[in-house]
Design a protein around this ligand. Structure first.
Ligand code: NAD
Length: 476
């Protein structure tokens, strides 16, 4: 039922030249469910040659044709979504309904970029001399190396591959080794839709070996990475040494500021649902809840009541609202962060423990009065953990919201338009959502500031990352 995953190079699914594979585990059962091919240098060289050849073809393919391929791939993804969702849940753990949303949303992303492909406008710049025409053209940047993580195996990949292909670039995608098969289904849809050989290539292996080979390689012109800030800084530095363009979608630690005039019941419910989405393994997951004194107790009580009733289990089972953490590494990390917060004086309101001894299940957790020095208040928990602290004044809330080097998602709940506007301006973050949880739609910008990275993977900005501007001037 769970497929083994191969490399996809120059239009062919193939084993690694060495025959090496890595095993894939189901985080709900700890069982090995399949394997993924482990690329070595020979495979990477083949992928590089393929990407170069694919780029030569694709850059000359009209935007209309590129759009057609992307749209056809979107249709295939939608048709296959129910099957892909089962694969995704088995390897990553999220509930089946969330996997289905991910596969279908990836189809929306491809359609968005199919349209964007047809709008890569340049401009004509008025000249100083009669008879001169000055043009700013947009051209694809070239073969792209894209590195994507395990939390949204299809979505993280489609945002990069869709934009790159729309712009006329070829791609070597280094997919997530722990969750390879759903990501491979995206590539299969693109291939089956008629993508020419070499335009999209998929490899897996040792992330450090692959990035240290591909990033400096002269064939690669652009790097895009989604993952932790620590790895992002390392890859951005390497890209800098070789003067490669970079997009970095890194970690976050989203503040949620709840003012006393907010809709407490509505906010508590929607935030609790959002906190357990993908077991909190979301870069814009609401994390540091800063609640105004007057409503602190009430908000925590309502939020806790909702989150404590979350149905946790194997994502394949009907009615499950939260699956396991995606790997044992996360389980250990979340356990350690909770233990440290409690040891530093936080009150554990609900959760806080591993569930059972099989699978990486962890209880939805609420920690109250968490001291700023606790590790969880400074490191991205990337798990189902909500951290509460109180504030009395607007300025106090903004100081805490902006305290960390992260600056990705931020949330505000208030009944006052002027408070919302003032806080949205004061937040040092790439995205702010007020009175609802609505970050990550493909038609809106998606990206961070500060240590959360740079570049946008949504909105009309997204395709810019894959385009060069060329100035051309003509004299009559
Ligand atoms: P990690 O820091 O080892 O890896 C994060 C991602 O980077 C993984 O996909 C990994 O394959 C990749 N990676 C690691 N070293 C690499 C290298 N040298 N070259 C290229 N890719 C490399 O940690 P992890 O345990 O996999 O995840 C933990 C942390 O990563 C989380 O706490 C979270 O902060 C972050 N993360 C963020 C996102 C996101 O959506 N921004 C997604 C996944 C993980």
């Amino acid at each position: 039922m769970y497929p083994n995953t191969q490399l996809f190079i120059s239009g062919v699914w193939r084993a690694a030249a060495s025959g090496e594979t890595l095993s894939v585990e189901n985080p709900a059962t700890d069982e090995v469910i399949g394997t993924v091919a482990k690329a070595g240098r020979v495979d990477l060289d083949a992928a590089l040659q393929a990407a170069q050849a694919g780029f030569e073809v694709w850059r000359k393919t009209s935007a209309m044709e590129r759009a057609k391929v992307l749209r056809r791939a979107a249709e295939l993804l939608r048709e296959r979504a129910p099957e892909i969702a089962k694969v995704l849940t088995q390897e990553q753990g999220k509930p089946l309904a969330q996997s289905l949303v991910e596969a279908n949303t990836a189809a929306d992303v491809l359609e968005w970029f199919a349209e964007e492909a047809r709008r890569t406008y340049g401009r004509v710049i008025p000249a100083r001399i009669a008879g001169v025409v000055q043009r700013a053209d947009k051209e694809p940047v070239g073969p792209v190396a894209a590195f994507t993580p395990w939390n949204f195996p299809i979505m993280q990949a489609v945002r990069k591959v869709g934009a790159a292909m729309a712009a006329g670039c070829s791609v070597i995608l280094k997919g997530p080794e722990e969750t390879p098969a759903a990501c491979a289904e995206l590539v299969r849809a693109l291939a089956d839709a008629g993508t020419p050989a070499g335009v999209v290539n998929l490899v897996f292996g040792s992330p450090a070996e692959i990035s240290s080979y591909l990033i400096p390689h002269p064939i690669i012109r652009k790097i895009s990475f989604t993952g932790s800030t620590a790895v992002g800084k390392h890859l951005a530095a390497l890209a800098g040494q070789h003067m490669k363009r970079v997009t970095m979608e890194l970690g976050g630690h989203a503040p949620v500021v709840v003012f006393k005039d907010a809709d407490i019941a509505g906010g508590a419910k929607i935030l609790a649902q959002n906190k357990v989405r993908n077991a909190g393994q979301v870069c814009v997951s609401p994390t540091r809840f800063l609640v105004q004194d007057e409503v602190y107790g009430d908000f925590i009580e309502q939020f806790t009541a909702h989150i404590a009733t979350t149905k946790v289990g194997d994502g394949l089972e009907a009615g499950v609202e939260m699956g396991p953490l995606a790997n044992p590494r996360r389980l250990e990390a979340v356990e350690a962060l909770v233990a440290d917060a409690v040891q530093q004086g936080a009150e554990l309101r609900t959760g806080g423990k591993r569930i059972g001894n099989k699978g990486s299940f962890f209880e939805p957790t609420v920690l109250v009065d968490v001291p700023t020095a606790a590790r969880a208040m400074n490191e991205e928990p990337f798990g189902p953990v909500a951290l509460f602290s109180r504030f009395s004044t607007f300025d106090e809330a903004m100081v805490e919201a902006n305290r960390l080097p992260f600056g990705l998602g931020a949330y505000l709940y208030t009944g006052s338009l002027s408070t919302a506007n003032a806080a949205a301006s004061a937040m040092e973050s790439g995205m702010v959502s007020v009175n609802h949880q609505a970050l990550g739609l493909i038609e809106t910008p998606f990206g961070g500031v500060k240590d959360s990275g740079y570049g946008s993977e949504g909105g009309s900005e997204a395709i810019e990352a894959y385009l060069n501007t060329k100035f051309v001037t003509f004299a009559a």
